[in-house]
Design a protein around this ligand. Structure first.
Ligand SMILES: [Zn+2]
Length: 661
């Protein structure tokens, strides 16, 4: 074999065995480049490096002169033959791939060396780098980026109807927080949820099929019940509303914990790119290395940004904390309203938001103002559950309800934006929560799905307002599921779904499900369809909040003296000393400021460890709250929420006294 032949064959083997598989995967995944904001020049550099530089480098050992050089060159061709064979063998998934590749590679080398026609074919294949470059540029999504032709998204649909679509996914909002024990929406507390229900269909018996956010949100946007092992990233699901609608709809998507909208559809606003060569080496490792080696590499389909660094599995808690650190959860909903106001009503638009609201920590008032909270654990909580102090879990419920009222207000702003922009009448509006929360004593985990937490954790609000107000004011008590949302959107927009789903359109005939299963990370519950569970939770909530007003909370056996003058307290106890944690918060109050000190806390002295006392919070000499003191984690103290309207501008007198009922 001539030196020229060896060089040509090495180029062919290097291009096909080393460069081609990497170019192929990079070409098909434009996300790799989009996520890092790569310029066209950078993509071309990668292309040249792989299609030209790699084959040229591969040819160098084959060009060595002399007898020894020829021998080494032949050995090198054997190495390249084995590498190419390994790729083929891996593709065919034959057993003992290593041996098979070795045998095939040696066989290939012998064939090239001995048989003239085989050699001729491989010499001709020295032109394959040109073919690779052309393939990458003209036949792949990444090539489309270079040529500026727009990246095609797979699985798009052509809807026959294109109303504005607004989908709001709240987090940790049980339906029971919105209803009275008879199952009616508390319209006076949540006027905007009530308005939407009056204009749409309220699926009162709706359940989430998934208890964890990272599975529940994907179920809502794909209609698929995810396998437990799936992470909430677009690449792990066959399709979603984001991919399906992307060809026709403009996307206004705010995901906080998930990345279900692929970056080809929803460009990242933050720079996620890491060192390009690092990530290329990870891709190369996955493509070229044996499976047992590549398993130790970071996965490449998960995070198309800096995936060289993405060595950890998706961690919901971390992701949640990141989301919280990176932003004020109120902004998510405010941005939806802003985007709607800025939208051109004539252009189809999909407004999607998953807001970490009314998710704890509870710190928002119905007005949207914030009250300061310490990072301390909630009094009465034990890890992620509740101890046996019913009063303290009722106080947590109070703060949750205040935050739910804020969510109602934010929903109202979004509905108002739709109306102001003339889009409300035509819009398809869907409001749902990914799951609820159990706020009652003696519970090991407030989110864990068990037979006795179904009403609090699995029962969620689901309201669908159809275009043109069709079926306005309907209450539908079928067993609706979160996976039914996608097929419902498909029916309203009149398109066929290009992937298999687990749900059924809510506008079709009732599938008459006889039981439902909600799945969590380490538990699940299967239950019937009468929907009594949420009513039981609403009834338990109503013991503390009979009219649903968060400020009407009173300890058991305490007289209702709320709003009365301080003088109406019976006998004040001198033996109990109460100290405010932050008395200076009340020396100069601005009622219109974003932060309002309406959570009053302090320490209590003079009580035995087994004893607690009734306390009255006196704001400007009127009783603003009545609470019970607690002993929690070695501290005797109290906490109280006072209505914001009890605070005036400037200096306020805030005093807490113990009294006998
Ligand atoms: Zn959640």
């Amino acid at each position: 074999m001539s030196t020229r032949a060896r060089i040509q064959i090495a180029i062919a083997l290097g291009a096909l065995g080393l460069a081609w598989p990497i170019l192929d995967i990079l070409g098909r995944n434009a996300e790799f480049f989009i996520a890092r904001g790569s310029t066209r020049e950078e993509i071309v550099q990668v292309l040249v490096m792989l299609a030209a530089l790699v084959p040229i480098l591969a040819s160098l050992p084959a060009s060595l002169p002399g007898r020894l050089g020829r021998g080494l060159g032949l050995v090198w061709l054997g190495v390249l033959s084995i590498a190419l064979s390994y790729l083929v063998v891996r593709q065919l998934a034959v057993p003992s791939a290593g041996f098979a590749a070795l045998a095939l590679g040696v066989g290939l080398l012998v064939a090239i060396d001995r048989f003239e026609p085989v050699q001729a074919v491989f010499r001709l294949l020295a032109w394959s780098p040109v073919a690779l470059g052309a393939y990458f540029l003209f036949a792949t999504p990444s090539g489309a980026l270079v040529l500026d032709r727009g990246v095609p998204v797979s699985g798009t649909v052509a809807p026959q109807a294109t109303p504005p679509v607004v989908m709001l996914v709240f987090d940790e909002l049980p339906l029971a927080s919105l209803i009275d024990p008879a199952g009616n929406l508390r319209a006076d507390r949540y006027p905007n949820f009530a308005q939407l229900a009056a204009d749409g269909i309220w699926y009162r018996n709706a359940m989430t099929t998934q208890q964890q956010t990272e599975h529940s949100v994907p179920a809502i946007v794909t209609g698929v019940n995810p396998e437990r092992t799936l992470n909430p990233f677009a690449g792990q699901y066959p399709g979603s509303l984001f991919t399906a609608l992307s060809r026709v709809y403009g996307m206004q998507v705010a995901e906080t914990m998930t990345q279900m909208c692929p970056v080809t559809v929803c460009p990242l606003t933050t720079d996620r790119g890491g060192p390009l060569l690092d990530d290329l080496s990870v891709v190369a490792g996955h493509v070229l290395a044996p499976p047992d080696l590549s398993e130790s590499l970071p996965p490449i389909d998960r995070n198309w940004g800096n995936f060289g660094a993405a060595t950890e599995d998706f961690n919901a808690i971390e992701s949640f904390n990141d989301a919280r650190r990176n932003g004020d959860p109120r902004r998510t909903l405010e941005e939806v309203a802003t985007a709607i106001r800025a939208a051109d009503p004539a252009r189809p638009a999909f407004f999607f938001a998953h807001a970490l609201l009314p998710h704890n920590p509870w710190q928002y008032l119905p007005t949207g103002q914030r009250y300061p909270i310490d990072d301390e654990r909630l009094p009465g909580s034990e890890k992620t559950g509740w101890g046996d102090n019913a009063w303290l879990s009722a106080q947590a419920l109070q703060r949750h309800l205040l935050q739910v009222q804020y969510v109602d207000r934010a929903l109202g702003d979004i509905l108002e934006a739709l109306a102001d922009n003339g889009m409300y009448e035509q819009a398809l509006v869907i409001v749902v929560s990914d799951h609820g929360i159990a706020l009652r004593p003696n519970i090991e985990h407030w989110r864990r799905i068990e037979a006795d937490t179904v009403g609090a954790v699995a029962s969620v609000p689901l309201i669908v307002k159809l275009p043109r107000g069709e079926q306005a004011g309907t209450i539908d008590d079928r067993r609706a599921l979160t996976v039914d949302i996608v097929p419902t959107v498909a029916e309203v927009l009149e398109f066929g779904l290009p992937w298999e789903i687990d749900g059924a359109s809510l506008l079709g005939p009732d599938p008459k499900r006889s039981e439902t299963t909600t799945t969590g990370p380490d538990s699940q519950a299967t239950y019937g369809v009468d929907g009594k569970e949420k009513l039981a939770v609403a009834a338990a909530n109503a013991i503390w909040f009979p009219t649903g007003d968060p400020y009407e909370l009173l300890p058991e056996d305490a007289p209702n003296l709320l709003g009365e003058p301080a003088s109406s307290l019976g006998s004040v106890r001198d033996d109990v000393i109460v100290r405010l944690d932050r008395p200076n918060w009340y020396t100069n109050v601005d009622p219109s400021s974003d932060v309002l000190p309406t959570r009053v806390t302090g320490t209590v002295r003079g009580l035995a460890a087994s004893e607690d006392a009734l306390l009255a919070v006196l704001v400007n000499d009127r009783i603003a709250a009545i609470v019970r003191s607690f002993h929690d984690r070695g501290r005797s103290g109290f906490q109280a929420m006072i209505p914001p309207e009890t605070l005036g501008s400037g200096r306020n007198s805030v005093e807490v006294v113990a009294f006998e009922a």
